[in-house]
Design a binder for this molecule. Structure first.
Ligand code: NOJ
Length: 724
């Protein structure tokens, strides 16, 4: 028999698990389940329950229970155990609303739009709304948030993630986790780790240095773990040659030992590749749309033969149970099947909230001559483009794949851009015409005859396939269950022709991430609305007409051309011989453009408002624990109310070998015209640390503190000296 060395944390959990507490018995449905006593801690209750479980009971907890399961319209299920008062674990996809086969749930804006709000308070509310809907539907484990990094802007799932910066992604995910779990639903961080492309996702190895992994790819997960996330989903790909779901380094050393993750690791659907190796290296639950095959009978046999120590199995189950107790799954059971799965979970509050996130995430990129907002009355507006009317069919109200929230049941249909503009325009006595743009001459005549032309352009993105290019003409098509297929379009030509016919042309983009804009200099307005959820048309219209001030900021850099991308070589993306080499190192997103002095079309953090903001009075002082406190004032110097997102970028001493600027803090402040607000942002010691040979290290020297409205629009500069 092979002796397996268990990591310290697993053994200590085992010791805790075995020190069973005596709790007062309580009876549920005629069954005696002492662990239902809520006066004990989650760990005590889990220990008590674990001690009552047989080997078979434990094995049943660590794998999907049913083939092609669709109970409650969900995508995964671990059957409860009535004898032990254990509720079912019902899992569903969730990044942009409760998905799967679920009906009557709200289609919220895509996660990339959520990140563009730069508003963790709003994101926490989103988590709570999402959790509430899930719970009503009988789901108590949501497979979100997604935290892979926007390393490759063509990644078909970037819409499911929070952009290219680990700090912004981590803060956003942490907020969602807090909101979601407040509703007694477990959050699942995915896809751990570096599932940064869909091309060859089940075979590719993401090859990365330890420093880059620690500084770019892990911090978002760490922030969300710190917020208490109950579950982590390991990914399909390999990390440095080892399948993520059986890699001790990332599962046990980084996640469980270094970050202190106390929850459980589940595999992505069929991302488990072994029994003994996966179990001993840190996987706690095998998931898929079928049962097993690795953590079923094979795991039982491995435990009986000592290949997987019983202590490891106990630890797997203990982690699941403790999380279920901690998040409240035992004490706040979901409504009973089957009525819950068919009830309409969506309330007016949720619909309204979906609109609010969409509004807050919309990014105004260009507004030549103050064409926007459209405050005039009696204007003629030509709305152009298939995306303006076909959002439902094109699947651009949210992205495609497992995260897609379908529109069926009694749920109202998507409010399209055309509907939103027509309804809102009517209140200004504006007249709206529509041209699909399939005939460019027809669109041109409509634009020429109108005061303002609004062209909707789009790309499609979904799971399983990357976009062929950031060129809009190659990035549109249609998405179905099997992913998206791409067909050539003439969107660039359409926009250029419309802009030539009418200089007062505004382009509204419904894209899952950055796109190229060869026509950017020709149009008057550009609005990035992402995949904005079912209330998209209302949100877009409210921004265009100035009912709400645009305050979203880009969570990803928009390049001028494909050749500017950091991952422009085949070795980096999509990889050669099964390896994607992350040789751009730390230079992901804006870090690359800054270091290489390549001017993007739009920068990370960019986003205009209908008002203007002035910055003044920067002060940087040391804080305890090796951090700093940055304070400054922001004044609304324009004539309208608006919100600004001041961003703090740290520049390390050159000896540290870091990229020029790194986001380490931000805030979002709403200001009335003329109002000034003092903003204070705390930076902890990690903001001044890089990953060196012996872990997190502070280089002695002067650190630049750059405060601005975007990574390219630094308004205030200061310094702070740190001792090494
Ligand atoms: C595979 C996807 O990668 C994952 O994100 C999803 O949660 C599962 N399928 C379940 O649908």
């Amino acid at each position: 028999m092979k002796l397996v060395r268990l990591p310290a944390l697993i053994l200590s959990a085992f010791v805790v698990a075995m020190s069973v507490v005596t709790v007062a018995p309580s009876t549920v449905a005629g069954v005696s389940c002492p662990w239902m006593d809520t006066s004990h801690t989650a760990a005590q209750r889990a220990n008590s329950l674990l001690s009552a479980m047989s080997l078979d009971d434990e094995i049943a907890m660590v794998h999907n229970s049913d083939d092609k399961w669709s109970y409650y319209g969900a995508v995964g299920h671990i059957a409860g155990n009535a004898r032990l008062c254990i509720p079912d674990l019902v899992m569903n996809n969730a990044g942009q609303g409760v998905g799967g086969k679920q009906v009557d749930t709200t289609a919220f804006p895509a996660p990339i739009a959520q990140a563009a709000t730069w508003d963790p308070t709003l994101e926490e509310d989103f988590g709570a709304h999402l959790g509430k809907e899930a719970w009503k539907k009988g789901t108590n484990v949501l497979l979100a948030p997604g935290l892979d990094t926007g390393r490759v802007p063509m990644n078909g799932r970037n819409f499911e993630y929070f952009g290219e910066d680990p700090y912004l992604a981590g803060v956003t995910a942490a907020a969602e986790v807090t909101g979601l779990q407040s509703q007694h639903v477990i959050a699942t961080l995915k896809h751990y780790l570096m599932n940064d492309q869909e091309t060859n996702r089940t075979t590719v190895s993401a090859d990365v240095s330890e420093r880059v992994m620690q500084e770019i790819y892990l911090p978002g997960f760490q922030a969300a773990v710190d917020a208490g996330a109950g579950s982590v989903m390991c990914s399909y790909n390999k990390v440095n040659g080892i399948y993520a779901c059986q890699a001790t380094k990332i599962l046990t050393n980084d996640l469980k030992d270094a970050f202190g993750f106390s929850g459980f690791v589940m595999s992505d659907w069929r991302a488990t590749h072994s029994t003994v190796q996966s179990a001993n290296n840190g996987l706690d639950m095998e998931m898929g749309s079928t049962v097993g095959p690795y953590f079923t009978g094979a795991l039982k046999t491995a435990v009986q033969h000592g290949e997987v120590p019983r202590a490891r199995l106990d630890d797997m189950v203990f982690r699941i149970l403790r999380t279920m107790f901690r998040v409240g799954l035992f004490d706040h059971p979901t409504p009973a099947e089957p009525s819950a799965s068919h009830a309409n979970a969506e309330t007016t509050g949720e619909i309204q909230f979906a609109r609010t996130i969409a509004e807050q995430g919309i990014v105004l990129l260009k507004d030549r001559g103050g064409l926007l907002p459209l405050t005039g009355t009696g204007q003629s507006i030509a709305v152009i483009g298939e995306a303006a009317s076909g959002a439902g069919a094109l699947k651009i109200y949210n992205g495609a794949g497992s995260a897609h929230v379908p529109l069926f049941g009694s749920k109202s249909d998507v409010v399209t851009g055309l509907t939103g503009i027509t309804q809102r325009g009517a209140t200004n006595d504006d007249s709206v015409t529509y041209s699909s743009g399939r005939s460019i001459p027809a669109a041109v005549s409509a634009a020429a005859a109108a005061d303002v032309a609004i062209v909707f352009a789009y790309d499609v993105s979904g799971e399983g396939v990357d976009l062929p290019s950031l060129d809009l003409d190659q990035a549109s098509g249609s998405c179905g269950k099997g992913g998206c297929t791409y067909q050539a379009s003439r969107q660039n030509e359409l926009i250029a022709a419309v802009a030539a016919a009418n200089p007062d042309t505004v382009v509204v983009l419904n894209t899952g991430g950055p796109v190229l804009m060869p026509w950017a200099g020709k149009v008057s307005g550009i609005v990035e609305a992402w995949y904005p959820g079912e209330q998209m048309g209302k949100a877009i219209a409210r921004v265009l007409f100035g009912d709400v001030d645009p305050s979203g900021k880009l969570p990803e850099t928009f390049p001028r051309k494909m050749a500017d991308l950091p991952t422009r070589t085949a070795a980096r993306y999509p990889g050669v011989n099964g390896h994607a080499t992350y040789s751009e190192g730390l230079l992901v997103g804006y870090r690359w453009y800054d270091q290489k002095q390549i001017t993007p079309l739009y920068c990370f953090g960019d986003g205009l408002s209908y008002t203007t903001f002035d910055y003044s009075g920067l002060k940087v002082i040391k804080a305890s624990g090796g951090g700093a406190t940055v304070s400054f004032s922001v004044t609304n110097s324009g004539k309208r109310s608006g919100a600004e997102v001041p961003q703090v970028y740290v520049a390390f001493p050159s000896a540290a070998g870091e990229p020029p600027l790194q986001l380490k803090g931000f805030d979002k402040v709403s200001l009335a015209p003329g109002e000034t607000r003092k903003v204070t942002i705390g930076l902890d010691s990690r903001a001044f640390s890089y990953w060196g040979a012996s872990g997190w290290t502070v280089t002695a020297g002067k650190y630049g503190i750059n405060v601005g409205s975007s990574s390219c629009d630094i308004r205030l500069q200061g310094q702070i000296t740190m001792a090494g």
